[in-house]
Write a protein that binds this ligand. Structure first.
Ligand code: R5P
Length: 291
């Protein structure tokens, strides 16, 4: 087996190769003056079992396209098997047609990955596990909860809080890993404006305790801010936010989260981070467990 890192492997390729004890190579890539991507696999890969790592954070379309180009090139070089490791899978939140006439984005992305030549796929904690059913091959989900739990050890008697019902399973897994209690909120999102509001929760459990919010994604930060406010209103002593994928889409997202009284922000390296306020956990061990 060999590991090849694409333009957006964010260090996960090297780390994964080290854990697996295999060679790591970087793909050759550049952008033409008109904005189109160029990809070349510069080494001999014929007959190899190749793991290609490419996250698909912003600019998502470019990173998805570069992944497809790598897959095409690898297949033309007669590799024996290709596993696409996509730590952050773009478009995974559009996994249903919420409104009439919407595109099923995740289906398009997964079919393109498959048709470009990936036999297998590993994704770190997609928005909903069922979304991977659109990949017509072997699809596996890497669970980074043990890695996040390690970063959260030492907090006395915390309550793990899911900021919406969709995050409940994740909260239960983190609670189990930490031997902690859990609770959940119910939120609703306006499908047109994207505004989130609280429907119900939390319970009395939070009073006087450290609350650890856990979600799959922090995008605008609206969900975490809403959940932090609700936690403090319910008597929480402190609030910590953890998520798998830290997108932090606008310049002031982290400031808004801090201003809501969130003491620590912990995410994984599926998306690159630059803020000193964000703690980053390596997901490579969770991916290695799936290979
Ligand atoms: C939605 O259901 C997801 O699980 C996250 O809660 C959401 O993507 C977070 O987005 P934002 O940070 O913009 O509230």
């Amino acid at each position: 087996m060999i590991v090849i890192g694409g333009s957006a492997h964010n260090g996960i390729g090297q780390s994964l190769a080290k854990i697996l004890g295999v060679k790591f190579y970087e793909v050759e890539h550049k952008v033409f003056p008109d904005g189109e991507s160029y990809i070349r696999i510069p080494m001999d890969v014929m007959g190899e079992d190749v793991v290609v790592v490419q996250s698909t954070y912003y600019p998502q379309d470019k990173h998805v396209m570069e992944l497809l180009l790598m897959l095409e090139a690898l297949n033309a070089l007669m590799v024996s098997n290709v596993t696409a490791v996509v730590p952050y899978l773009a478009y995974s939140r559009q996994d249903r047609r919420f409104r009439h006439g919407e595109a099923l984005s995740i289906k398009v992305v997964l079919q393109a990955i498959r048709h470009s030549g990936a036999n297998s796929l590993v994704v770190v904690e997609p928005h909903h596990p069922d979304a991977l059913a659109h990949f017509e091959g072997d699809a596996r989900i890497a669970d980074p909860i043990p890695e996040l739990a390690s970063a959260l050890k030492g907090i006395n008697d915390p309550v793990i809080l899911a900021p919406d019902k969709g995050a409940l399973d994740r909260a239960q897994r983190l609670a189990k890993a930490l031997g902690a209690d859990y609770d959940y909120l119910e939120k609703s999102r306006d499908r047109v404006t994207g505004e989130v509001s609280l429907v119900s929760g939390p319970t009395e459990k939070l009073r006087g305790r450290s609350v650890i919010l856990v979600d799959d994604i922090i995008s605008t930060g609206g969900t975490m801010v809403l959940a932090a406010k609700a936690s403090y209103e319910a008597g929480a002593k402190e609030v910590i936010a953890t998520a798998v994928h830290g997108l932090f889409v606008s310049d002031n997202t982290i400031e808004r989260i801090k201003a809501a009284g969130i003491k620590r922000i912990i995410v994984t390296n599926t998306v690159p981070q630059t803020s000193p306020h964000v703690e980053v956990v390596d997901v490579s061990p969770s991916i290695a467990r799936k290979l």
